[in-house]
Ligand binder design. Structure first.
Ligand code: NDP
Length: 446
């Protein structure tokens, strides 16, 4: 290992012994930057890696809110403003009981590279709370969102930090947060993205991460294998926002999607997933994926979600959560002849699984590149808000497609330049880092 990279990672170990996810992400990124770091001694001289892994600011705050029965609840919340060298901090908010400082920092670091890859002027940030939206009433969700933004509003702004959604934060939650922000600040500016269409939201934002994932995958299949989604079998984990719209686009591009999941288990339908039914269960009724087999008796439901990777498929799209695809799953996928594994979720593959896929010449689309369509479209929402315009669905979708194809081409080009066309992970890290580190160097010490 390179001595400089080793030293920076050791320092992180000493400083943050308990931040497992953050150190996992930092180690993955820094290790793949080694060949670039060796070519650029100015990075070590200016301590760029030390600065790159240390967030500019980390805000940790208390959120106090009230249940319908009058009981008082207290949650922890965070906003990490990771790196603003190339633009205002930008990144989603996650509401999930697993949220802690380590997870928010890992997401913020990844977001910095992802935003850089989009080619848009956006820095990296991320936030969230250990609040669990499950089982909460509509009014409780609203009160929590209002209390959350009442604390956070002072740290964000259209030119400073622009939050959006993530796990547990969809259009409904963004709406409540934006409403409270507007009420406190008395101004209508695009400080949050993922807003409703009637108050500054962008058309195609809802679809963007899933569609973008498929545009990236389609381009990779075309370029590397001279193939496409057409006539291929696809397995998608999750059944949330990313999974649903990845499924929609994959079907539109001619694939047959045979499985989806939620945190309880997965469904397998060899006739192809009935997406309208999944949308009804998940988007409208906020129900469980197992309800699918009540309608499609031929389909099967299996308890426990990780088994989904044992299903034979050509393209796997993990779209649920971090570390959901481990080495064992990667081995089964490879044995079953998988051609591409492209990540809709953030860090869904463990590092061992990712390396195994790359070694076995599977097209591996790392999250920071393959799922950048969501934030890219958020960037397009910011542009629309600043110019006081609303673009058509087609305009946004075309720009999204162009951005995703460019992201693939950049990663692929650099992967080839550094010796392995299948190492899109290295390609993505170096492509994203190059722009951020140049901006940091040119702006002096800070
Ligand atoms: P949602 O909350 O809409 O959906 C998450 C889905 O994953 C749900 O179906 C959930 O099931 C399922 N899930 C959660 N944990 C597990 C698990 N352990 N095993 C199997 N399924 C699980 O979130 P999104 O679709 O928005 O986000 C999914 C991923 O994509 C996250 O990693 C997020 O960071 C990433 N992402 C999202 C973007 C966006 O635009 N939304 C942009 C870029 C990345 P259940 O209902 O049971 O909880």
């Amino acid at each position: 290992m390179n001595k400089y990279v080793e030293r920076v990672l050791n320092e992180l170990n000493t400083k943050y012994p308990n931040e497992v996810e953050f150190k996992q992400a930092a180690s993955e990124i820094l290790n793949s930057l080694v060949p670039y770091v060796e070519k650029h001694p100015e990075l070590e001289k200016n301590k760029i890696l030390e600065r790159f892994v240390e967030p500019e600011r980390l805000i940790s705050f208390r959120v106090v809110w009230e249940r319908d029965n009058g009981e008082v609840e207290v949650n922890r919340a965070y906003r990490v403003q990771f790196n603003s060298a190339i633009g205002p901090f930008k990144g989603g908010l996650r509401f999930h009981p697993s949220v802690n400082q380590s997870i928010i920092k890992f997401l913020g670091l990844e977001q910095t590279l992802k935003n850089s890859l989009t080619g848009l002027p956006m820095g990296g940030g991320k936030g969230g709370s250990d609040f669990d939206p499950k089982g909460k009433s509509e009014r409780e969700i609203m009160r929590f969102c209002q209390a959350f933004i009442t604390e956070l509003y002072r740290h964000i702004g259209q030119f400073r930090d622009v939050p959006a959604g993530d796990i547990g934060v969809g259009a409904r939650e963004v709406g409540y947060m934006y409403g409270q922000y507007r009420r406190i600040c008395n101004e209508s500016v695009g400080t949050l993205t993922g807003k409703g269409i009637t108050f500054g939201g962008s058309l195609a934002r809802k679809e963007a991460t899933g569609y973008g994932l498929c545009y990236f995958t389609e381009e990779a299949m075309k370029e590397i294998l001279n193939e496409s989604f057409n006539n291929n079998i696809v397995v998608i984990s999750g059944s949330g926002n990313v999974a649903i719209y990845a499924c929609e686009k994959a079907i539109e591009l001619g694939a047959k999607v045979v499985a989806m999941s939620d945190s309880d288990g997965y469904i397998y339908d060899e006739n192809g997933i009935d997406l309208a039914l999944v949308k009804e269960i998940k988007e409208i009724n906020r129900g469980r994926i197992k309800e699918y087999i009540n309608v499609h008796k031929n389909a099967t439901y299996v308890e426990g979600s990780s088994g989904i990777w044992t299903i034979k498929c050509d393209i796997a799209l993990p779209c649920a959560t971090q570390n959901e695809l481990d080495l064992e799953s990667a081995k089964i996928l490879v044995k079953n002849g998988v051609k591409a594994v492209c990540e809709g979720a953030n860090m869904p593959s463990t590092l061992e699984a990712a390396y195994y896929l790359i070694e076995n010449k599977v097209i591996y689309g790392p999250a920071k590149a393959a799922n950048a369509g969501g934030v890219a479209t958020s960037g397009l929402e910011m542009s629309q808000n600043s110019s006081r315009l609303q673009w058509s669905f087609e305009t946004v979708d075309n720009k999204l497609k162009e951005i995703m194809i460019n992201i693939f081409k950049n990663c692929y080009q650099i992967a080839k330049e550094y010796g392995n066309q299948y190492d899109l992970l290295k390609g993505a890290n170096i492509a994203g880092f190059e722009k951020v580190s140049k901006a940091m160097l040119e702006q002096g010490l800070m």
